[in-house]
Ligand binder design. Structure first.
Ligand code: AMP
Length: 364
C-alpha cells in the first residue's frame, strides 16, 4: 500500500501519540501551546498522558478496530516509546503519516541492528559481538574480553535485560539470567563521563541539536543531567555531529536522542555511541525551562511539518529526576527559589518509577 500524503498541519489539527507516559503527556502539553490537539493511544488505563489530551483510546496495540478509529481521528501519528510493535506501526502507516518513519523503529528496537547501523556510518561504539548460542557466547568473550556487559538485543531499558560479566565469572550463568535471549556482548567501557545529544530534524531536512548534556545514572536510571556537559568544545562538536549524522542517515523527522560515552584512551578522549532513542528523551527535559524551545515543542513542530525553532540555552542548567518516593519531597523542591518542579500525575511511587523532575537554571 502506498504511503498517505503528508501536508503540513494547520492549528486545530490532531496529532496521534502512541504511548501514554510522561513523554506523551509533555508532548501533548507542547502541542496544546501551539493550538494542536492530541489523541493518545495506550493500553494502560492509568496512563498519565490521558488527562491532558482531548481524546484517549485505551486499547491493546494489536486491536485493529481501535487502531483504525484512532488513525481516522488523527492527521499525523507519532510515538513516545520505541517498542511500538512493528505490525502496529505498519497498520497505522498505511492509513496516516507516521513520523518518525517506522523503519527507524526496526533499526532501534534491536541493539545488534542498531550497533551495526552506527558502525556502518563509521561512528565508533564499544566493541561488541552477537550472542545467540553458547558457542557464540564463548567466542564473544574471547573476542571482546572481560569485563563486559551482556545485553538482550530487544526490550531492555533502565538496566533491565543486562548482566555484567567480570573476570572469573561464568558467562553462561549471566546468559541464563537473561533467559538465554538473543544478546550482544559489549566491552565494559570505563568512561570519563556519559553525555547525550537531543536533536530535531524537520521534514525538509533541517537539523537543530540542543547543547550536549552530561548524564549521571543511579541504579541504571538517569538521575541528573547537567548542561553544558563538562567536555571540550571539540568533543561537544563531535558529539553533535554524530547525532546529526544519525538523524540524516535515518531520514528522520522529529526528535531523537543519542547517548554516548566519553572515554579516555591514553592522552586522547573519544566519543562512543551507546544507544539511540527515536523519541524525546529524559536527558532533554532540561529544555522545558532552560532553553527558548523545548524538545517536546521541537518534536511537535517537526511532525506537524512546521519550521524548527533555533534553540538558545538560557544559562547553566541542572535537571534532577524524582524517582519513586523521592517525589514525596515535592514541597521541599517547591521551596527552592528558581526550582521548576514537574510532577507527572502518576499514582503509585513504585521504586524506580519516574514520577517527576526538577530543573534549575543558573543564569550567572
Ligand atoms: P543502556 O541500557 O545501554 O543505556 O545502559 C544503561 C547504563 O549502563 C548506561 O547509561 C551506562 O551507565 C551503563 N553501561 C551500559 N553499557 C555499558 C558499557 N558497555 N560499559 C560501561 N557501562 C555501560
Amino acid at each position: 500500500m502506498s504511503k498517505p500524503a503528508f501536508h503540513a498541519l494547520k492549528p486545530g489539527a490532531t496529532i496521534g501519540i502512541l504511548g501514554g507516559g510522561q513523554l506523551g503527556r509533555m508532548l501533548a502539553q507542547a502541542a496544546g501551546q501551539l493550538g494542536l490537539h492530541c489523541h493518545i493511544f495506550a493500553p494502560e488505563t492509568d496512563s498519565c498522558a490521558f488527562e491532558v489530551v482531548r481524546r484517549a483510546t485505551i486499547a491493546d496495540y494489536a486491536d485493529r478496530a481501535a487502531l483504525d478509529a484512532f488513525a481516522q481521528d488523527c492527521d499525523v501519528i507519532t510515538y513516545e516509546f520505541e517498542n511500538v510493535p512493528a505490525e502496529t506501526a505498519a497498520f497505522l502507516a498505511a492509513r496516516k503519516p507516521v513520523l518518525p518513519d517506522p523503519q527507524v523503529l526496526a533499526l532501534t528496537q534491536d541493539r545488534l541492528v542498531e550497533k551495526d547501523f552506527v558502525s556502518r556510518l563509521k561512528i565508533p561504539t564499544a566493541p561488541y559481538a552477537a550472542v545467540g548460542s553458547a558457542g557464540e557466547l564463548a567466542a564473544a568473550v574471547k573476542k571482546i574480553g572481560l569485563p563486559a556487559v551482556l545485553k538482550t538485543r530487544r526490550l531492555g531499558y533502565d538496566g533491565k535485560g543486562q548482566a555484567m560479566i567480570r573476570k572469573g565469572d561464568d558467562p553462561l550463568k549471566a546468559w541464563r539470567s537473561l533467559g538465554e535471549a538473543p544478546c550482544i556482548l559489549e566491552g565494559f567501557v570505563t568512561f570519563a563521563c556519559e553525555v547525550s545529544v537531543v536533536a530535531a530534524r524537520s521534514r525538509d531536512g533541517k537539523v537543530a541539536s540542543f547543547d550536549v548534556a552530561e548524564n549521571v545514572h543511579r541504579d541504571h536510571i538517569l538521575k541528573t543531567t547537567a548542561v553544558p556537559a563538562r567536555i571540550s568544545a571539540a568533543e561537544a562538536s563531535k558529539a553533535r555531529k554524530i547525532a546529526e549524522k544519525i538523524a540524516k542517515a535515518f531520514n528522520y523527522v522529529g526528535v531523537l536522542a543519542v547517548e554516548m560515552f566519553v572515554v579516555k584512551n591514553g592522552r586522547e578522549r573519544h566519543v562512543l555511541v551507546n544507544e539511540i532513542a527515536p523519541r524525546v528523551h529524559n536527558s532533554g527535559h532540561w529544555t522545558l525551562d532552560g532553553c527558548t524551545v523545548s524538545q517536546f515543542e521541537q518534536h511537535i513542530r517537526a511532525v506537524a511539518g512546521w519550521t524548527l525553532a533555533r534553540p538558545m540555552r538560557l544559562g547553566r542548567v541542572e535537571m534532577t529526576n524524582l524517582i519513586g518516593k523521592e517525589a514525596n519531597d515535592y514541597a521541599k523542591w517547591l521551596a527552592i527559589p528558581g526550582a521548576c518542579v514537574h510532577l507527572y500525575g502518576k499514582g503509585d511511587p513504585r521504586p524506580g518509577r519516574k514520577m517527576g523532575h526538577v530543573t534549575r537554571v543558573f543564569t550567572k
